[in-house]
Design a protein around this ligand. Structure first.
Ligand code: ADE
Length: 373
């Protein structure tokens, strides 16, 4: 939009003549793009925004902070630089590259989608929102982000940051955790996307949400290029908006973690192929909270065959791990055996972190067995 139109819209706005929704959103284009050009963070996926790199980064950035994603992104695109490499990677290697990022179905969907890209699209990501949406793991936000950032298409990309910025800009008090507000904002933005720089427009909104219009604490309205257009800032509503309906409390699961050791080896097993932390490795465990004696007896009864036994038990730390819908409250024991029971993998201690993808739920126990208590 020309500078002139922006100034006209700003001048037009007065108490008697507030801007309508579309004009307010149209008016953000100029200041948003100017600000983004000056203040955008230098991020690896922005330096070289190929469709593949944008896709990988956007999937990693779902539910995960930018700083946490950076080293994972660098390792991932180095190890698997294109869809062919991703489609062919063994599952264990893929999970190892993803280890610690959480929400592991994201990695599995990436591999599935890469297979489709290789078979149906010559190894390249398609450039239409509809085709992108047909790929596993790609929803409205990610399709819009790839289409706009990598292909310059005028598609909106509404993530949690953008929801917060727009809810404040428009003083929208509706619950932003539901799908209705998201759909409305997507449709609002579709009508006002710029003809050029669509990726910068979407990333500008994301960036303002991440750096200025922050979720906890005071937003930095004094530095915000949209301040003069923002209805929440003008009316002192940034503490109340955005509104999120309270979430259902997480289910608490008690678990007993067994660190079964024989000399330098320790027992690991692979989790089932479906469900939470599917196909990852873990220390054997029992559902529920066991005492030391109960844990020893249960381990012998459940895991030891003829000729195998567990000699002694000692306590190991307790730990809590929080997933999106569940909390694991873990009680740990160290069990000593002559041999690791045959139903488990007997893994040399130093290979555990190097070779096997263990979810970060077990970080406390890895530290413990490595003597870092
Ligand atoms: N969060 C989600 N997408 C992002 C992007 N492209 N840049 C920075 N943060 C993001």
């Amino acid at each position: 939009m020309s500078e002139n139109l922006y100034h006209k819209l700003q001048v037009l706005e007065s108490e008697e003549h507030p801007l309508d929704r579309t004009s307010r959103l149209t008016a953000i284009q100029g200041p948003l793009l100017d600000w983004y050009r000056k203040h955008a963070r230098i991020l690896p996926w922005r330096e070289e925004p190929s469709p593949y790199r944008v896709w990988i980064s956007e999937i990693m950035l779902q539910q995960t902070r930018v700083e946490a994603v950076k080293p994972y992104f660098a390792r991932f695109v180095e190890a698997l630089p294109d869809a062919e490499a991703l489609a062919a990677v063994p599952d264990d290697r893929l999970l190892k590259l993803w280890e610690g990022l959480g929400y592991y179905s994201r990695a599995k969907n990436l591999k599935k989608a890469a297979g489709i890209l290789v078979n149906e699209y010559g190894g390249r990501l398609p450039d239409t929102k509809e085709e992108l949406l047909s790929l596993p793991g790609i929803g409205n936000y990610t399709a819009g982000a790839i289409a706009s950032i990598a292909y310059g298409k005028p598609e909106p990309a509404v993530d949690g940051n953008v929801l917060r910025v727009l809810a404040r800009l428009l003083a929208c008090r509706d619950d932003i955790s539901g799908q209705a507000v998201k759909r409305r904002f997507e449709s609002d933005l579709s009508a006002v996307m710029p003809k050029e720089d669509c990726g910068a427009f979407n990333q500008g909104l994301i960036e303002i949400g991440a750096l200025l219009c922050i979720p906890g604490g005071e937003p930095r309205c004094g530095e915000c290029p949209l301040r003069s257009l923002c209805l929440a800032a003008r009316n002192g509503l940034t503490g109340e908006i955005p509104f999120k309906a309270p979430k259902k409390p997480r289910r608490i699961e008690e678990r007993t973690i067994l660190l079964i050791e024989a000399g330098d080896r320790i027992a690991l097993r692979k989790r089932p192929e479906k469900g939470l932390l599917a196909s990852m490795y873990e220390f054997p465990g029992l559902e529920g909270k066991y005492s030391q004696e109960e844990a020893l007896a249960a381990a012998e009864a459940l895991f030891c065959s003829e000729g195998e036994n567990i000699r002694s038990a000692a306590s190991a730390p307790d730990a809590v791990h929080i997933f999106s819908h569940v909390e694991w409250h873990m009680t740990g024991y160290r069990l000593e055996a002559d041999r690791i029971p045959a139903c488990f993998l007997a893994v040399p201690r130093r290979e555990i972190s190097k070779k096997y993808a263990l979810p970060s739920a077990f970080d406390r126990y890895i530290k413990f067995i490595n003597g870092k208590s």
